[in-house]
Design a protein around this ligand. Structure first.
Ligand SMILES: Nc1ncnc2c1ncn2[C@@H]1O[C@H](COP(=O)(O)OP(=O)(O)OP(=O)(O)O)[C@@H](O)[C@H]1O
Ligand SMILES: [Mg+2]
Length: 508
């Protein structure tokens, strides 16, 4: 009876995989199916195979690899419109693998739906945030413009006008900051990286930072000696640090300590694998730490989302960290945050070490209104009527002769037909029909000494690689004012003028 009992037990056990509602298969090293439970029929049918017959070739390879590696693996198979997650468990000593499958079709569909709805929610929040902030600035501009327009003829109230203009200017700057942060977040910002030492950058900037934090906050600078150099846009780097420092200040209303720290760090393969978005290798790390309020779990999770803010209405736009995130990503780095409620917060930015040695600091000559003038001839191609008219006014005020065109085709025709000498082409980067760079190339064929100044609002275009501007490209970013335009024009025109007495052979 002991034997009978054992037989009974064995039978019971044999029923166990057969009763499994999920497919279970055993496959020999050769690819021959040794066993399939009834639920496994789904897979066998899809493969038009059966016990004693082979699995499909690509799967056989996969299983053989798993056997060699001696490691369990996860696969996803799409069969007859259904998706299976399959655990491949190699049993090396028996030279076969067990497959445990799970139909995840419905779960996947649900996940997709959830992801879609989360995406829609995020987009909605983003659009709402932009609309709200922008409308505020537009209301200011519209209001003051109407006030000016309503003034009676002859009643020349210059003081009022100046005041209104200043208010409009302020609203424009705030709106420009907003678009700047959004571009930063979407990684479409124009970055002009330089190879710099971040210690010096931070030290130079710390005076400004001292001014914006309150007196009861102590600023400590803890810089590593011999810090590696890194390639980064200095102005945007300052902006990112500023955003972190402002947040730290707001988190310490009763005072505390704010620490800026730099370190050389070598990230291993292992670290990079555990931190998505990080590449292994040598990095420069900048940490900004405070002893403030810290963040809740939810805030920690959402902090980098654009327009996510816990600050009262009107005090935070929720774009500070979104800008930091976009900037760091665009600079091929990574940013992490560590925070505990009541203890404080640390942000760590990692930027890749630069192979190149430090860029020489170019002295920026202070240009006066006078030296910005010129009498050259400029061909302007700009399809936006508002910007076109503004540019013409500014350029003529500074003494230039302007040939105005409203499309790249028109500009090309004018350049081809005219015998006039043209010193400079100013063109938008993105225009209907022909890109700015293509226009410049076409005109440049017949006029090799033509200089080009590009105007653009964002980076999705041909003259940039991942938003990084080539060194020999002259670029003016929107929005710009009279001075910025005049300076960019002069800089572009003078670029090849003071040719050094030696070297230049004239390019025959
Ligand atoms: N150092 C910090 N300590 C505690 N909480 C922080 C810190 N930095 C950011 N946060 C939290 O993350 C949120 C988002 O920060 P973010 O800088 O993106 O926007 P904001 O500061 O609210 O507004 P903005 O920077 O646009 O003025 C903040 O509202 C705050 O709740
Ligand atoms: Mg902020």
């Amino acid at each position: 009876t002991a034997r009978k009992q054992a037989e009974q037990q064995a039978m019971n056990l044999a029923r166990f995989p057969a009763e499994n509602p999920n497919p279970v298969l055993r496959v020999a090293e050769t690819g021959t199916i040794l066993y399939a439970n009834p639920a496994g029929a789904v897979l066998l049918n899809a493969w038009s195979s059966g016990v004693g017959r082979p699995v499909p070739e690509d799967l056989r390879k996969c299983l053989a690899d798993a056997l060699v590696a001696g490691q369990r693996e996860m696969l996803e198979l799409h069969l007859d419109g259904r998706t299976f997650a399959i655990t491949v468990a190699p049993i090396a000593e028996a030279r076969y693998v067990n497959l445990y499958a799970l139909d995840i079709t419905d779960r996947k569909a649900l996940e997709d739906q959830l992801r879609q709805s989360q995406k829609m929610e995020a987009v909605g929040q983003l659009a709402g945030g932009i609309a709200h902030d922008f409308n505020n600035q537009l209301t200011v501009m519209r209001g003051y413009c109407d006030l000016i327009l309503r003034e009676k003829e002859g009643r020349e109230n210059v003081a009022d006008w100046r005041h209104h203009a200043r208010e409009i200017r302020g609203a424009v700057d705030r709106a420009a900051t907003l678009t700047g942060q959004l571009l930063a977040f979407s990684r479409r910002q124009m970055l002009q990286p330089k190879v710099i030492n971040l210690n010096e950058q931070l030290k130079a900037f710390s005076a400004t930072l001292e001014r914006i934090i309150s007196e009861n906050i102590r600023l400590v600078l803890n810089c590593q000696d011999d810090l590696w150099s890194t390639s980064v846009d200095p102005a945007h780097f300052d902006q990112a640090v500023m955003n972190l420092v402002l947040n730290a200040r707001d988190a310490m209303p009763d005072g505390g300590q704010l620490t800026l720290e730099t370190r050389n760090v070598e990230l291993g393969e292992d670290y990079a694998r555990r931190h998505p978005g990080m590449s292994p290798g040598q990095h420069v790390m900048i940490a900004v730490s405070d002893t403030g309020a810290g963040m809740s779990e939810e805030t920690r999770r959402r902090a980098f989302e654009p327009f996510y803010t816990t600050k009262p209405q009107g005090q935070g736009s929720g774009l500070g960290l979104a800008m930091v995130y976009g900037f760091v990503k665009q600079s091929r780095g990574a940013v992490y945050l560590y925070s505990e409620p009541g203890k404080g917060t640390t942000f760590k930015i990692y930027l890749p070490r630069s192979e190149i040695s430090l860029s020489p600091v170019a002295p920026s000559p202070k240009s006066s209104q006078q030296t910005l003038r010129g009498d050259e001839t400029i061909l302007l191609a700009e399809d936006d009527v508002g910007i076109r008219q503004l540019a013409v006014r500014i350029l003529e005020q500074f003494g230039y002769t302007v040939l105005v065109t409203t499309s790249p085709q028109e500009a090309l025709a004018l350049a081809n037909d005219s015998q006039r000498h043209i010193d400079l082409l100013i063109t938008d980067v993105i225009m209907p029909g022909m890109s700015g760079p293509d226009l410049a190339r076409n005109i440049g064929l017949a006029r090799p000494d033509l200089e080009v100044l590009y105007v653009s609002g964002y980076t999705q275009n041909a003259i940039l690689h991942h938003g990084i501007v080539d060194k020999d490209v002259n670029l003016l970013t929107k929005p710009f004012g009279p001075r910025e335009l005049a300076e960019a024009v002069r800089r572009t025109l003078d670029r090849h003028k003071p040719s050094p007495p030696s070297g230049q052979s004239g390019g025959a």
